[in-house]
Design a protein around this ligand. Structure first.
Ligand code: GTP
Ligand code: ZN
Length: 207
């Protein structure tokens, strides 16, 4: 029997769904997924696909939860510490969605900065990365947004971000290069001005 997906979503996402409005956002999204299933050549009413529009809606809310926060906010709780040396958080795993194909891309972000009085909690850097990753993205913008957030909130001596990722739109479709990975970087302050600073970041990164 078909479940009333609108009732389920109302319980889980009360702010997004108003059951009294037939044409609410969740309902429109799920109708779109049903159309997609039909256009691809399958039957949205067959047993295995009946709950799929609801699942896809929930999944997209998760993929895009970064739109419903300001990721910079996570950095705002700072501590005054006299440490003007590199702080490098390596291998922050992330999952994002490529804005061209809605295919996943995922990998690791390495985030380094040289504080100028203000430091933030290490987990907050990972939270900020998550906030920018959970949007429709390209890898270059993700990389820049992370470095600019650190620059803006922590006002450090310099910031350097390197992201390594695999794009499913290049692996499972299109050119189908399953081994290809992409590295991007964004440098600000002392990392833009001094090759020594970049070299220190890279030597700690590859340790
Ligand atoms: N620069 C950049 N390109 C990306 C990213 N994610 C996906 N792409 C690329 O976006 C491009 C979109 O190209 P289009 O020609 O408009 O789309 P397409 O016909 O599906 O391209 P193919 O993937 O070559 O089949 C492709 O080359 C993708 O590899 C990203 O994060 N950064
Ligand atoms: Zn893509």
């Amino acid at each position: 029997m078909a479940i009333d997906t609108r009732i389920l979503i109302t319980k889980e996402f009360p702010n997004l769904v108003d059951l009294n409005k037939k044409n609410n956002q969740a309902h429109r999204f799920m109708e779109g997924v049903k159309d997609l299933i039909e256009l691809c050549g399958d039957d949205p009413n067959r047993d295995g696909l009946q709950e799929t529009p609801y699942r896809v809606f929930k999944a997209f809310l998760e993929y895009t939860e970064g739109y419903r926060e300001d990721p910079k906010m996570h950095l705002e709780k700072t501590f005054d510490v006299d440490h003007q040396e590199l702080v490098l958080v390596k291998n922050i795993e992330f999952h994002s969605v490529c804005e061209h194909h809605f295919a996943p891309f995922f990998g690791v972000a390495h985030v380094g900065y040289i504080p100028n009085e203000k430091i933030t909690g290490l987990s907050k850097i990972a939270r900020m990365v998550e906030g920018f990753a959970k949007r429709f993205q390209v890898q270059e913008r993700l990389t820049t947004q992370i470095s600019e957030a650190i620059e803006e909130v922590l006002e450090p001596i310099g910031t350097m971000v390197v992201i390594e990722a695999k794009h499913m739109c290049m692996c499972g479709r299109g050119i189908k290069k399953t081994s290809a990975s992409t590295t991007t970087s964004s440098v600000r302050g002392v990392f833009a001005d001094q090759s020594d600073a970049r070299a220190e970041f890279l030597s700690l990164l590859h340790r």
